[in-house]
Design a protein around this ligand. Structure first.
Ligand code: DX5
Ligand code: ZN
Length: 216
C-alpha cells in the first residue's frame, strides 16, 4: 500500500491561537502533527520547547512527529516522549553517537527518524538504515519556514529508496521544506511517504482544504 501522509508543521501556526489551530488540524485530513524544535545552536533560529509541547499534548489527537533541530538531542528525548511524542527525528549532523540515540528513542517507546541536511549525502545512512523507522530529507536548510524547495531532493529520494530496498528496511521517507501544491504530487510520485507543510498550509485561505489538496 502506498503511503501518502501529510504532516502540517506547527511552526507556521498562530501561537496566539495555538489551541484553535491544533483543533483545526484535528478536524482536518492531516495525518501527523509536525513539531519543529530549534535551539539557536544547531540552526540559526529558536522556535519553542516544552511549554508548547505541553499544549500540543493536551489538544492534539493526531500522531505527533517531533523534529529536533538541536545539539545533544539525547538529553531531551525522554521528556519529549513523556509529553506525547510518537516519533522523534534527530539530525545526522547533530549526533556523534547516532546509533545510540536511535536506540534510546525506540527503547523509550517512540519511533525514531534520522534527518539529513540538504548537503549531507544519503550514503551516510548505509549503516543505520536498517534501524530507523523514518528518513527525513530536508528540502531546505533547516531553521526557517517558508523557504524555497531545493530540487536536488528528488535525486536524494531515489537514492534513499534504493538504500531502503537493498537493506530490507521499513523506513518511511519524509520531506520537509518548501512543500506546496505545485510539488506535492510529484514528491509522492518520486517515493515520498510523508510530506511536511508549514507555510503552504497556514498561509492559505483554507488550511483544511489545502491539506486535502496536498494529498491529491
Ligand atoms: C524548517 C522546518 C520545517 C518548516 C517547513 O527548518 O524543519 O518543518 O516548518 O516549513 P515550510 O513548509 O514553510 O517550508
Ligand atoms: Zn521540520
Amino acid at each position: 500500500m502506498k503511503t501518502k501522509l501529510i504532516a502540517p508543521s506547527l511552526l507556521s501556526a498562530d501561537f496566539g491561537n495555538l489551541e484553535r489551530d491544533i483543533e483545526m488540524l484535528n478536524r482536518s485530513q492531516a495525518d501527523w502533527l509536525h513539531i519543529d524544535v530549534m535551539d539557536g545552536r544547531f540552526v540559526p533560529n529558536i522556535s519553542f520547547g516544552f511549554p508548547v509541547m505541553k499544549t500540543v499534548h493536551q489538544h492534539a489527537r493526531k500522531f505527533v512527529d517531533v523534529h529536533l533541530m538541536i545539539v545533544e538531542p539525547e538529553k531531551y528525548v525522554e521528556e519529549f516522549i513523556s509529553m506525547g511524542a510518537d516519533l522523534i527525528s534527530v539530525h545526522y549532523e547533530a549526533c556523534t553517537h547516532l546509533h545510540r540515540v536511535i536506540n534510546l528513542i525506540q527503547d523509550k517507546g517512540a519511533k525514531a527518524g534520522v534527518v539529513l541536511n540538504p548537503a549531507t549525502p544519503v550514503l551516510m545512512l548505509e549503516d543505520i538504515i536498517a534501524d530507523v523507522d523514518l528518513v527525513l530529507l530536508m528540502s531546505v536548510n533547516p531553521g526557517f519556514g517558508g523557504q524555497k524547495f531545493i530540487e536536488n531532493t528528488y535525486k536524494k529520494i531515489a537514492e534513499t529508496k534504493d538504500l531502503i530496498v537493498s537493506n530490507n528496511s521499513t523506513a518511511l521517507i519524509q520531506i520537509d521544506g518548501g512543500v506546496n501544491l505545485d510539488n506535492a504530487a510529484k514528491l509522492f510520485e518520486a517515493g515520498a511517504d510523508v510530506l511536511v507543510a508549514g507555510n503552504a498550509v497556514f498561509s492559505s485561505e483554507s488550511p483544511e482544504r489545502t491539506i486535502e489538496l496536498l494529498k491529491i
